[in-house]
Design a protein. Sequence first.
Length: 447
Amino acid sequence: MTHTCFPSNFIWGAATASYQIEGAWNEDGKGESIWDRFSHTPGAVANGDTGDVACDHYHRWCEDVALMKTLGLQAYRFSIAWPRLLPAGRGDVNQAGLDFYDRLVDALLEAGITPFVTLYHWDLPQALQDAGGWPARATAEAFVEYADLASRALGDRVAHWITLNEPFVSAVVGYLDGRHAPGHTNLDEMLAAAHHLLLGHGWAVPVIRQNRPQAEVGIVLNLGGQHPASPSPADRAAAWRQDGVIHRWFLDPLAGRGYPADVVQWRGRPMDFVMGGDLEHIAAPLDFLGVNYYTRGIVRSQEIPENENEPRTVFPNPEHTEMGWEVYPEGLYEILGRLHFCYPFPALYVTENGAAYPDQVGPSGEVDDARRVSYLEQHLVQAGRAIAVGVPLRGYFAWSLLDNFEWAHGYSKRFGLVYVDYRTQQRILKRSAHWYGRVIAANGVMD
Ligand code: FCB
């Protein structure tokens, strides 16, 4: 057994997102979001689940902060519901919404927990969607107004800001695949949405810094290697393309390299939504990049040319989580290393990492999620390896603090360190929560 130790200033946290936990979807002046609209659409979400109540965190935030304190969390990543602050997306401010986050931030600080605020974790005000959504450039302008409002209100106490969570998922799953709000399936909308998300991000960075001069500002991307299913040239080309679609399309412009030419050419669509100066704004220097890592992708080309008869790799009996995602901890080491050695971001955080398993409450009221402990432990070992080769990894956030509304899967997938009984709203610390508390106290894991 060896001990993976982390640097003394390493930050241990857990993450959530507004729509997934808050509930109170129409209380105290909150406006409708695209996820309210989407989840209220029959057939959109498994079992007809909605975020109307979710974990009722809007009313139970005090209890939830106490739970975080019990775990010894040093940081908490949460998102602000844009339509709680600006019910119509821009214009009139809802003071009750601001007050909610104000109280939450105060309670966190009093508990010694550093808030990491995500401005946009997918709950766009429906009014802005009605006006065109992210495919419309005006939404990027509205985002900056919202970022300004939020960072003015909380910037005296919040020093860590994340503009967007996973713009790939907002754009691709929301506007092309249609599995997320707003449920559209249009390639041109998707491309414009991705650009305006990045543009809103780039415009917001200096605004946040102006409101909080010592702020650390970053963005969070979903990242994970795209591995070819075999060494065949066709599979390798397909994997590189997928890497371009998921990773480079976002990383490259953020790093000042513009959109990757190979993917632009492959898409073959007009990029006329890119205006002069946009790419400079998108490349606004960042203090950190947040990495959400869950699994890798294995890519097979659609067609194998006849002269290519390399055997397709069979991956040996991989373990999967309940999402069907392969457990591949080495992928965290690989992506962190790649980011450090190939991109100029000054610091990295793992802003999400975790697993869904079909947890159950045992006879004596305990939740024994041994597989989640194993998943998290293996990933932390890989994070430690990355630090050892020089990756400037500053912290780690488990996804998620609580079981919650897992988007199109509704409540059928549990990712929490803390079990939530959705009938009673009772919270039960799972074995993984107790384990994570010990990891934090020891600043490391035994492997
Ligand atoms: C990420 C999301 C997060 C959660 C996890 C499982 O893509 O950012 O909200 O749903 O996946």
